[in-house]
Design a protein around this ligand. Structure first.
Ligand SMILES: [Zn+2]
Length: 246
């Protein structure tokens, strides 16, 4: 029925992952079900939100919206076994790729010392003509650089105080939901946790005003597509950016 390309399973021989995204809810459109699988295996996953998504609800002032969306993300993370959620509180909607953003993310990488770093799709589109959002692109590009910056003691050296050391241990960056995905994670058993995590974004979903939009049906559609590529019911897809020369 489908001509979906074959996808490879993502490696699971790691212990700590750092998931860096622009907005509360970015992880919940598919990748969170993979996070639930990993935390179920005893792995540590840390979330870092670069903004608080405070510009995301048209009818709500950012001063009210930011704290609300932070609370929703914390609940959402908990639904998939994540209890470490950080907010960098950079300005929503107008993130700029550059040295400042790289530095902010490198500092987080140095503190958590992850084996792998994740983000969501940062290609120009989500496939076809569905344009990606500027903050997603800025964060993904900055993360690719920041995981290497973090390992170089002469880059952002002012961060290396109070025992903070360089960290060059990130083996790869994985971007969820990329149109160029080559890998996937079987989330058949953690699909429900993924749905629960998306449903925690109540104010945001309500603010979108999509009449009759059903989070379960929506995620089912996304993850079934990935499942076809992996030969399972549901799978979350990822594009892989290996680091180093190996
Ligand atoms: Zn977003």
């Amino acid at each position: 029925m489908s001509d979906a390309p074959r996808l490879e399973p993502l490696p699971e021989d790691w212990q700590t992952a750092l998931f860096v995204v622009a907005h509360p809810d970015d992880i919940e459109y598919g990748a969170a079900a993979a996070v639930a699988r990993w935390t179920g295996q005893g792995k540590r996953v840390v979330y870092c939100m670069v903004t608080s998504g405070e510009a995301g609800i048209d009818g709500l002032h950012p001063d009210e919206c930011g704290p609300l969306r932070e609370a929703e993300e914390i609940a959402s993370a908990r639904a998939v076994g994540v209890d470490e959620v950080e907010f960098l509180r950079l300005p929503d909607g107008i993130l700029e790729y550059g040295v400042a953003l790289r530095g902010s993310i490198a500092e987080v990488v140095r503190r958590h010392r992850p084996d792998v770093a994740l983000t969501i799709n940062f290609r120009e589109t989500f496939g076809g003509t569905n344009l990606n959002q500027a903050d997603h692109i800025a964060v993904g590009r900055a993360l690719l650089d920041a995981v290497r910056d973090a390992g170089n003691r002469w880059v952002f050296p002012e961060q290396l105080t109070d025992g903070l050391e360089p960290w060059g241990g990130v083996r790869a960056v994985w971007a969820g939901g990329s149109p160029d995905a080559t890998h996937a994670v079987d989330v058949t058993d953690t699909f429900d946790a993924g749905v629960a995590s998306l449903k925690e974004h109540r104010a945001y979903i309500e603010g979108l005003g999509w009449e009759g939009w059903d989070p379960e049906e929506f995620l089912d559609g996304i993850l079934r597509g990935g499942g076809q590529g992996l030969g399972v019911t549901h799978a979350a897809t990822f594009e892989v950016f290996p680091l180093g020369w190996g």
